[in-house]
Every structure is written in C-alpha cells, then in structure tokens.
Design a protein around this ligand. Structure first.
Ligand code: NAD
Length: 365
C-alpha cells in the first residue's frame, strides 16, 4: 500500500476527532441510494438490516433470499415492496429494478464471486463481505466484472469507519507517536457446537479462522504500521482435530514490514481474543476489544480513549454510497480484498512449508 492510498484510508469518514462524517454534505442528496442485501443470515439480520435504518446516503430497498419465509418477515419489518424481493433464481432480474443501486453480498464465502459477478452484470455497484473470495483468481474475476460493467466494488471492511481504529490509522499516518516499532493483533472466538455450519466446511468457507477472523488481524497489523508486510511466517495448531478436520482452528503469524517492524498476529475459531497493540518510539496505544461491532475500548500510555460508539456498518455503507455519488474511490476496494487473499495464500504457504519465511510479492493494494 502506498502512502497515497493510506492517506485516503484515513480520510474516509474522518475529519477532526471525533471522526464525524466528512462527506455527508458533499453531494446534493436528492435521492438515497437503494441497497439490496443478498443472503439474510446472521450478519444481515443482526447488523446490516438495522444499520440501514440509520444510514443517511442509502436505505434498505430490497432483499434476495432463498428462504421463502424470510420474504414476509423482512417485508413486514422494513416495509420492502414485493417487487424488490428476489430469490436466487430471479436474482438477475434486479438489472431492471431502478430502486436498487447497490447489491451487498452477505453469503457464505464460496458464493461471493458468483453473486458479485452477477451483480456487476446487472449493472449494480457491489459491496462484498470478507473474505473477498476463495482464491486470487476469483478476486480478479470479480474486479474485472465490475470494471467492465463500470460499477464500483468494495469489501465489507467496517473497521475503516470506526473511530478507535481510525485513531490507530492516524497515529501511523501522521507519525504522532514517532516511528512504530512493534504490533500485536489477535482476533478470534470460540465457535459454538454446531459442527454442520458452513464455516467449518472447506468447500463453502475456503479457510477457517484465517479467512473469517484472521483478516481482521491482517488488516489491523497493516493499518497500525501503515505499510504492507514484506514477509510472513505462520504456524497452525489444532486442539480439536475432528471438529476442525477441514478448516484451520488456530493460526499464528508474524509479519516483517519493510521498515523492520514486526507484527505478531493470531486468530482462532476456538479461542477468544480481540486486541490491537501498537508500540511506537514515544508511546503506545492499545485497543481491547478492537474489532467487535460495539463496546470498543482503548487507551494510550497517556490516557484512556473515549470515542463515540458508532454504527460501523451504517458509516461503511454511507461512505460507499457517497463514493458512488461523488465518483470517488472507496477506501476499501476490491484490490484491498484481493491483497488480503494474497496474504492469506502466503500464510498458508508458510504453514505448508513448516514455518518458512515467505515473501509477499506483488500485493494488489
Ligand atoms: P450465516 O450463516 O448467518 O448466513 C448465511 C446466509 O447465506 C443464510 O441466510 C443462508 O441461508 C444463506 N445461504 C445460501 N446458500 C447457502 C449455503 N449453501 N450454505 C449455507 N448458507 C447459505 O452467515 P453470516 O454470518 O451472515 O455470514 C455471511 C457472510 O458475511 C460471510 O462471508 C461472513 O464472512 C460475512 N460476515 C462479515 C461480518 C463483518 O463484520 N464484516 C460479520 C459476519 C459475517
């Protein structure tokens, strides 16, 4: 990531603290953009649907679901007209629906590529959830489809719009604590007892903890240092080999950055952890928890931090809508999603080799 990209990242949604939206008044808002959620599982139901009641630049216009009972539930709850409700067979007909400007893909990871590409072919802008796709090739196909259709693509990296994490980005960007010299970052949770869930199945999830929670640790390390990593070493551990027979349970990895900084990272589907610690020449900052939807806490060597708790998803979607209206670049584009899949490939290569140091070449962002 070059400095210019990074500056844009920090600028997104951030003016002076406490990080109020800087874009809301920057385009004339005669029409809110319509968002259609594809996949009405836990994240849509618990976070995105409610967040779209708080957005200023976009609103919940439609849904796509394979479960007929959910159609009425969502229609009643959010007043969605029948003509804006689709299933996976009628999905492509969204092309003819002027109410819908943005399609938000909230499906199991193996379906991200197909539904993003079909959204682009329908002429709609796309937000795709993390991890972007199953592999680098799929990411490139998604980016190509969006480019050819002339639509924007962004990844659901909500923490770029969250004040505590924006503070970490700002410290790296503005060098306010002096040079960064060490980072620790961990994101993981103990998975429930449902052994049939798609997150444990390689063909639906791709990887286990790594693609699910590890992307937060990858992201945190990168924006805390303000550089892309140059090398990675990684290790994988299993305490429940039967449960995690197809996907990774716990992975630790260490990045080396061009500046010499090391980031020690960990992720798990069987251990609870959620922290980002950054040590610099003249101080430190620690967020714990740092990547949850709310209740984030943080302190520096000088003081506790007290930023407002915001609706991260509302800010993320509002920013994307503003990028569309203003024709500006989203701070969390497909290239960033691809970069993180490239890094996951490097982590897997290191694990495969028994922990060798792997060079991270030609990162896309
Ligand atoms: P979920 O299991 O709760 O929901 C998945 C949805 O996909 C369900 O509605 C299910 O019916 C539907 N589906 C369609 N085909 C399916 C199939 N073959 N197998 C299983 N489900 C199928 O999952 P979720 O937690 O909503 O996650 C969806 C996506 O959102 C994932 O990519 C995940 O990584 C991402 N996510 C992101 C965040 C975030 O904070 N950015 C949080 C949670 C989930």
């Amino acid at each position: 990531m070059n400095r210019r990209n990074f500056t844009r990242t920090v600028a997104a949604g951030a003016s002076a603290l406490p990080f109020t939206h800087s874009f809301a008044s920057s385009f004339s808002q005669d029409k809110k953009l319509g968002v259609a959620l594809v996949g009405l599982g836990g994240y849509s139901k618990g976070q995105l649907g409610p967040a779209l009641q708080e957005t200023e630049n976009c609103y919940l216009a439609g849904v796509v679901t394979g479960t007929p009972e959910k159609e009425k539930i969502w229609a009643d709850k959010y007043g969605i007209p029948e003509k804006n409700i689709y299933n996976y067979e009628t999905y492509d007909q969204i092309a003819d629906n002027e109410d819908i400007d943005i399609i938000y893909v909230v499906l199991p990871n193996s379906m991200h590529a197909e539904y993003t590409i079909r959204a682009a072919e329908a002429g709609k802008h796309v937000i795709c959830e993390k991890p972007m796709a199953m592999n680098v090739e799929e990411c490139r196909q998604m980016m190509n489809a969006c480019e050819q259709a002339g639509v924007k693509l962004s990844i659901g990296y909500r923490l770029h719009f969250e004040p505590y994490n924006q503070k970490v980005m700002e410290i790296a960007e503005k060098n306010t604590m002096g040079d960064i010299n060490f980072v620790r970052c961990g994101a993981g949770y103990r998975m429930g007892d449902n052994w049939d869930q798609w997150r444990l199945q390689r063909d639906l999830a791709g990887t286990g903890a790594l693609g699910n929670m590890g992307v937060y640790a990858i992201q945190g390390a990168i924006y805390a240092v303000g550089e892309n990593p140059l090398y990675v070493r990684a290790q994988e551990f299993k305490t429940m080999p039967k449960k995690f027979d197809e996907t990774d349970e716990t992975v630790t990895f260490q990045f080396e950055f061009p500046s010499g900084v090391v980031a020690n990272c960990e992720t798990s589907h069987n251990a609870s952890m959620n922290y980002l610690y950054v040590s610099a020449e003249n101080g430190w900052i620690e967020l714990d928890p740092y990547s949850q939807y709310g209740g984030l806490k943080g302190k520096t060597n000088e003081e506790p931090l007290n930023f407002p708790q915001v609706n991260q998803q509302a800010r993320q979607m509002d920013d994307f809508a503003a990028c569309i209206m203003n024709n500006t670049q989203t701070p969390v584009p497909g290239e960033m999603g691809l970069r993180d899949i490239q890094i996951i490939d490097g982590i897997l290569a290191s694990i495969e080799s028994g922990g060798d140091k792997v060079k991270l070449d030609n990162l896309a962002f």
